[in-house]
Design a protein around this ligand. Structure first.
Ligand SMILES: [Mn+2]
Length: 461
């Protein structure tokens, strides 16, 4: 946990932002995998971690936004529990560590909430993403399950997003740990990945390295020879000569901050000429985007500028044609880059995504587009110092999409389908790093790992 006063200050700031009503928080529960006691790896809710720091299941908390009175609800372990778990830190002691003096058994939450409601307090909650949290809100506050998400408090969401969007130095230190663990995973992928190995063996070695450091993945690893399929997870596929291996992975720090990085490298020791050409276009676009990052710039504009950079590279190869700005305006690039350039990152890999992209990545003046391509851009808004985000351009030759567009001659004035056919089964390439926005620009987070073509080839020798 961070120092006690950090949690106290975070809650004070939140209370001041909202000013009235009751802020209701739910931690996560253990979730049974095949029976109740055989549960999935426990992951605490990120907003609960941010404001209350306690990494245990079965907790709830309230803050009276008018008075600041704060209470954690949870049950101390019984002697029976301790038979199974051994000695554990008492909840009271953990609560003291985050500056909360009032601890009550969970059974009192319902009574306290109904008393607070009778005093005409507005009860604010965040949009839940787990069904058990929906049920709790339904039971405690008598809200129909189908409107629990709809009735989440916009004021609460906006206040939490405002605070969690700007990372403090101690948070950045945690993120840096996660990013360095993530870099290690990619170094392992680039060492282990070779012809005739199974995708699952590479992914297993990567995950093993994180588990050995007593932490785990921030999200399921994407390790695939079919990198053109955006979220293709590892499988039993055996890596073949001539293929590319795409590894997109993230480790969590011990305090649950995420890293998220991608490398793409050849199954063989060296890139083929064709692979080099495409890789260099993606890498140039990555450098172009990273160089653009600074406070005040719209990330949507960085995204569009990177799209134009990708198109210029593709024009040089004869895959695209015409004016690059017009091609991007027409959306012609979305055939090969159908997704967004990056997203916010923090306690969540897609930070605060459960609170709503329209609050995290956009503003009232900048609404998320519904067009193919831009609709997948999770972050569009102006950048501010302290924002942590990913930059992850790619080129994805998805045969299904290529064939569909070619049949329709879609964007035929910008796409040279005769030339594109030579790349139909090329696969996909993505390069991804994590950045923090500073007062004057941006810094890449974490140590350097091979990224240039020769660096990757030399490392794999
Ligand atoms: Mn990412």
């Amino acid at each position: 946990m961070f120092a006690t006063n950090i949690y106290i200050k975070r809650r004070q700031q939140l209370q001041e932002q909202i000013g009235s009503g009751i802020l209701l928080f739910f931690g996560n529960e253990n979730s049974g995998m095949s029976y109740r006691d055989n549960h999935y790896h426990f992951r605490q809710d990120s907003s609960f971690l941010y404001f209350f720091g306690i990494d245990l299941p079965g907790l709830a908390a309230t803050i009276d936004a008018a008075t600041g009175e704060t209470c954690i609800y949870g049950n101390e372990p019984t002697i029976d529990d301790l038979v199974w778990t051994g000695p554990v830190t008492a909840l009271g002691e953990l609560a003291e560590g985050v500056g909360v003096k009032i601890i009550k058994p969970l059974s009192l939450l319902a009574k306290d909430l109904s008393a607070l409601k009778n005093k005409h307090n507005r009860i604010h909650w965040l949009p839940p993403y787990r069904p058990e949290t929906v049920l709790k809100i339904h039971e405690l506050l008598d809200v129909e399950t189908n409107v629990v998400e709809l009735l989440a408090s916009e004021a609460f969401i906006k206040a939490v997003v405002k605070q969690r969007s700007v990372k403090s130095p101690e948070e950045l230190a945690e993120i840096e740990k996660a990013v360095n663990l993530t870099g290690d995973m990619l170094m392992i992928a680039m060492k282990v990945g070779r012809v005739n190995i199974r995708e699952s063996e590479i992914a297993g070695a990567m995950r093993g390295s994180v588990i050995a450091k007593n932490t785990d993945l921030a999200f399921p690893t994407i390790l695939t020879v079919r990198g053109e399929i955006l979220h293709n997870h590892y499988s039993d596929a055996v890596v073949q000569s001539g293929q590319l291996i795409l590894a997109d992975c993230g480790a969590e720090s011990a305090m649950h901050y995420a890293g998220d990085m991608t490398r793409t490298f050849p199954a063989d020791k060296k890139f083929s000429d064709q692979q080099k050409e495409i890789y260099q276009i993606v890498l140039n676009a990555f450098r172009h985007g990273a160089g653009f990052l600074k406070p005040g710039i719209l990330f949507r504009d960085v995204h569009l500028s990177v799209c134009q950079q990708l198109v210029e590279g593709l024009i040089q190869l004869g895959i695209m044609k015409g004016d690059s700005a017009e091609a991007v305006e027409a959306g012609a690039h979305t055939l090969l880059f159908p997704c967004g350039l990056g997203h916010m990152m923090g306690l969540d890999t897609h930070d605060m995504e459960n609170l709503g992209e329209k609050y995290v990545g956009y503003t009232e003046d900048l609404i998320q587009s519904k067009e193919f391509g831009l609709k997948s851009l999770r972050l569009g808004r102006a950048l501010e110092p302290g924002f942590v985000l990913t930059v992850e351009p790619g080129l994805y030759f998805n045969p299904f999409l290529v064939d569909r567009w070619e049949q329709e001659n879609k964007n035929g004035s910008f796409i040279n389908y005769d030339q594109l056919r030579h790349y139909r089964d090329f696969g996909g390439i993505r390069v991804e790093e994590d950045f923090i926005i500073t007062e004057s620009g941006a810094d890449k987070i974490g140590k350097n790992i091979p990224i240039e073509i020769d660096e990757i080839e030399n490392y794999r020798e």
